[in-house]
Design a protein around this ligand. Structure first.
Ligand code: HEM
Length: 576
């Protein structure tokens, strides 16, 4: 017999194993725990804002289903706005408070004029922080962000960009010269320009960032020429894949990091996804390779800045190193880890976005020969030469200004309006506030559906927007120009006024978002896009694509991109 302090087990157990303790209490306790867990895991809806029926874990199940069915994350927010209206709430977990706002007038107002109430959200920070902890996109508008902007703003001034334009034009010209030989090797067959656009834009951005193009297109051109000659000698028909050469380790490493970044950004658990990537040897190798390169460029630039004037800086790294030595910023330096993150942000911010925009350009132009003809006529009148004209001067900043080439400007804007490059952006409420008459508590994440035509602009939606006037914020009530019933179509003419001039305020376009935390690289992206488009339009006519290569499905990576964007090129002299 066991004894404990003189109490025997036969005294204790009979009292514990009574009918209620064995049969009733355990299920009751389990049921209470279950109910409590359900209660704790079920989000509380904000009163008065439309939402789906509330379930434990909120809308997580719905978003997972959408991702499984469509392969996309961000388009779920478009579905929400279609089903629930211009302001809706979604619950991305048991304790999450999020709003989806798709009323373009209110979106523009919040992004542009209510920066004191709304800042970069934790949602966005989580998506970029692991990868680029000191890149401006992952920073709240804090002291570090403000210092970075002081160093980076000069790289987006008109003066600086105009000085950089000839180099950018040169890279675009090199690409189209390569394409001219390529179409010869391929007997005018269709080819996929994705890799070439990425390489060429990387050349342009490397020139802008480090003062020297990586020369990736030149490498491809040499490879393709040699390979084509070899295959021709053997009498083998050349396929597009035969003439794609290997790339440098730096570029491959960059690409690998971009691929991982895309996966993290679209993950439902970005911090965890980043952690899992960051322990992979391939990620660690790529990051260390690229970061060593960045550090070496920064060290070189700082040495150069000891003797050179900042006025002579011809690339971003020299510009920042020069500014570190200038009077106004003398005591402010960019620590190495911040400098490297910002350089990489500059490089990747502009690579995929611009290359994907160019893929949409060729796709949309091939589908609209009338637009190509009108553009070509404008370019010829403006004196913009073909890339194949050996003696022609390089295209300048002034050549692609909206005054000189309004239709070019219209196409660039229409491409960005039409395709959903960056579909969503977010902000977080810094205080208790109000959106469209609804109280929004501090800490709420607001998802804005900023691109595509769904937010929309069609006649029906116009009535919805008008019905919101009584509840709009004071700053958002003003004359606002919406697009007409053709908003779902690609029509560059919508940007041209009665006098034939480009009208940037013809209707809404938030492809770059807007306001103090809108796209930092907007001016550079527009310049790049217009230069590549102008030199392309002056050089080639984009012919009809075989049906099997002309699908309109999209992929989601860092941006939404077309799955297929093939080109069939003709010189203008060959066009009937
Ligand atoms: C067609 C090309 C591009 C598109 C459509 C695009 C679009 C966007 C969008 C929608 C945002 C989010 C803004 C927000 O949250 O309000 C953004 C942010 C940003 N973009 Fe771009 N972008 C493009 C090109 C570029 C280029 C060329 C660069 C740099 C060279 C760049 C650098 C950045 C940076 C650094 C941010 C973060 C800004 C901040 O946090 O304040 N982007 N971009």
């Amino acid at each position: 017999m066991d004894t404990f302090s003189g109490v025997t087990s036969s005294h204790v157990f009979p009292r514990l194993f009574t009918f209620p303790t064995v049969v009733i209490f355990p299920p009751l306790v389990l049921s209470l725990i279950y109910r409590f867990a359900l209660w704790a895991l079920t989000p509380r809806a904000l009163p008065g804002i439309p939402h789906y029926p509330v379930r434990p874990f909120g809308d997580i199940g719905r978003i997972i289903k959408h991702v499984k069915e469509t392969g996309f994350r961000t388009t779920w927010f478009n579905v929400v706005s279609k089903e629930l209206g211009p302001i809706a709430q979604v619950m991305l977990g048991p304790w999450n408070k999020s709003i989806v706002l798709s009323d373009i007038q209110e979106i523009e107002d919040i992004l542009l004029r209510r920066a004191k109430e709304f800042d970069r959200s934790d949602d966005m920070v989580n998506r970029f922080h692991g990868f680029l902890p000191h890149g401006q996109i992952a920073l709240k508008t804090d002291a570090e962000f403000k210092v970075h902007r002081r160093f980076l703003t000069p790289a987006m001034t008109q003066k600086y960009l105009s000085a950089m334009t000839p180099g950018m034009s040169w890279n675009a010209r090199e690409l189209y010269r390569f394409w001219d030989s390529k179409r010869g090797y391929l007997n005018n067959e269709a080819f996929d320009p994705t890799n070439d656009f990425e390489l060429s834009i990387t050349d342009t951005l490397s020139e802008l960032t480090f003062g020297q193009s990586f020369g990736l297109i030149a490498e491809q051109r040499t490879y393709a020429g040699e390979k084509a000659a070899e295959l021709k000698a053997k009498g083998v028909k050349i396929a597009p894949a035969d003439i794609v050469g290997p790339s440098s380790e730096l570029h491959e490493s960059n690409n690998m990091l971009l691929k991982y970044a895309g996966l993290t950004i679209n993950s439902l658990t970005p911090r965890l996804t980043h952690f899992l990537h960051s322990i992979r040897p391939s990620y660690r190798h790529a990051k260390s390779y690229v970061w060593k390169f960045l550090e070496s460029k920064i060290t070189e630039a700082r040495v150069k800045a000891q003797t050179a004037s900042v006025e002579d800086a011809n690339c971003v790294v020299d510009l920042i190193a020069g500014l570190e030595k200038q009077d106004g910023l003398k005591d402010v330096k960019m620590p190495m880890e911040e400098f490297t993150d910002e350089l990489f942000t500059y490089m990747i911010g502009g690579t995929e976005t611009t290359a994907v925009a160019l893929r949409w350009v060729v796709k949309l132009l091939a589908a609209h020969p009338d637009v190509q003809r009108r553009l070509h006529d404008e370019l010829i009148s403006a004196g913009i030469p073909s890339a194949l004209d050996e003696d022609a001067p390089l295209t300048t900043f002034a050549d692609v200004s909206s005054d000189k080439t309004p239709y070019l400007e219209a196409i660039a804007n229409e491409v960005l309006r039409f395709c959903k490059l960056a579909n969503i952006t977010t902000r977080e409420a810094l205080c208790d506030t109000v959106i469209l008459g609804h109280p929004i508590p501090k800490g709420t994440t607001v998802f804005f559906t900023i691109t595509g035509t769904s937010f929309s602009e069609t006649h029906r939606a116009k009535e919805i927007h008008a019905s919101l006037d009584p509840v709009r914020s004071k700053t958002s009530i003003r004359r606002f120009r919406y697009w007409g019933d053709d908003a779902e179509k690609f029509v560059p003419e919508r940007w041209i006024d009665a006098e034939g001039k480009f009208d940037g305020r013809a209707g809404p376009n938030l492809a770059f978002s807007t306001g103090p935390r809108g796209c930092y690289g907007q001016k550079l992206a527009m310049l790049d896009l217009k230069l590549y488009l102008a030199i392309l339009g002056a050089t080639f006519f984009l012919d009809k694509i075989p049906k099997s290569l002309d699908g309109w499905d999209i992929n989601e990576g860092l941006t939404l991109s077309p799955k297929q964007s093939y080109v069939v090129l003709k010189r203008w002299s060959e066009v009937a």
